[in-house]
Design a protein around this ligand. Sequence first.
Ligand SMILES: NC(=O)c1ccc[n+]([C@@H]2O[C@H](COP(=O)([O-])OP(=O)(O)OC[C@H]3O[C@@H](n4cnc5c(N)ncnc54)[C@H](O)[C@@H]3O)[C@@H](O)[C@H]2O)c1
Length: 402
Amino acid sequence: MIASDSTAAVRSWRPAQVPIRVGLIGLGHVGLGHHVPALLALPELVRVVAVADPSPGRRALTARALDLDGGSVHETPEALLGRDDVDVVDLATPPHVRTALAIEALGQGRAILCEKPIALTPADGLAIAAAAAASGAPAAIIHNWLALPEIVAARDAIAAGCIGLPEIAILNLLGVEDRPGSSGWQPNWRHDPAIAGGGVLMDMLHVVYVAEALLGRPFRRVSAEVLARTAGAPVEDIALCRFEADDGMALVNVGWGVGPGGIAVSGPDGRIEIGFEGGGTGPFARLQSVRLTRRDGRVEDRTPPLPPADGSIDVRVKETFREFFERLAAGQPPAATALDGVRALEATLGAYASAATGRTIDLPLASDDPVHRRGLAGLAELPLAPGGAIARQGIFGIGSGR
Ligand SMILES: NC(=O)c1ccc[n+]([C@@H]2O[C@H](COP(=O)([O-])OP(=O)(O)OC[C@H]3O[C@@H](n4cnc5c(N)ncnc54)[C@H](O)[C@@H]3O)[C@@H](O)[C@H]2O)c1
């Protein structure tokens, strides 16, 4: 039983030196495109001493970006983990290989910074948290959407009591771009349930932890339905979910496509609305406004400084990394831990379990629940709702649609 992964042992972990020596594993779009610039932006705190990726092209591009010599650039994660000069392992691989690497690194006494989702199954996520607790090394999850300026602005207004206790959050992300992975590996991995652990909802699991943060209390139950555009598709293209917390609910609608976007959260004293250009889905569409409407009808503009209109998408990895490394250097536990990652994963998988069975699912999942133990694969052990899309369309390779 793991009570917490921010135990006294983790709190006493310190890097051997500052700048902290980092090894980066996984040099794809997020590794090279977001982690490398975030690490380079912290020269006083961080030094990248080694990188690893099976793709020669990604290794070459990253070596150039970081000005690393050949001895610091590895083909396998095992070679990087065999070094004795890495204090923090930054895991930016696809999800299916991360658990073993995280547990190995933590067992060696190194801290980890892990991309989302924490793992493919809650059981694996808890094993990562247990390894952190056992070794005393911190395990952080990258929940970078909490640093998006519109989410910060909304949470600041909520914390200041502007709307009262949030009752309803509505998060529409029905215009998510279906972006392939980098061409050096398997660009279509987000459509392979064995690698990705789900479809668009798992890819956009960000919206699950953001919804919970807006409500400010944990989800207790979830009901959902999913849809695939073509029969026999391996994963869902659309997911509509209702997450229930104590005295509050979040409607979370996610889809690859061109549907509507926007976020609203309301309480007894007012509402906050976040809009994106053209009614699109942030952060793929540019932020347009954050508006607070008080109970008496007064409207306040709470829009933070707008991002540049150059088409780039800044998902605030730099801010997330700065916070992580500053806390690490100060001996403080991560702001978002492996257990936070497990909670978001469990809520997401609970939505799939609801879609599969046609029932409302209690959260957290029981430890003997097949979905807790096996993730998506555990759905096959549940009584499928025959009319539901998962059984009908054979999504995730289960049901009669296959
Ligand atoms: N936090 C965010 O905002 C954000 C944004 C994008 C992606 N992500 C997450 O980051 C992860 C990677 O996504 P991506 O878009 O960079 O994918 P990608 O396909 O572009 O890159 C994956 C990289 O991992 C490498 N790789 C594959 N197997 C490996 C192994 N065993 N060891 C080391 N490297 C291996 C591949 O060669 C490739 O370079 C995913 O979990 C994704 O959900 C997070």
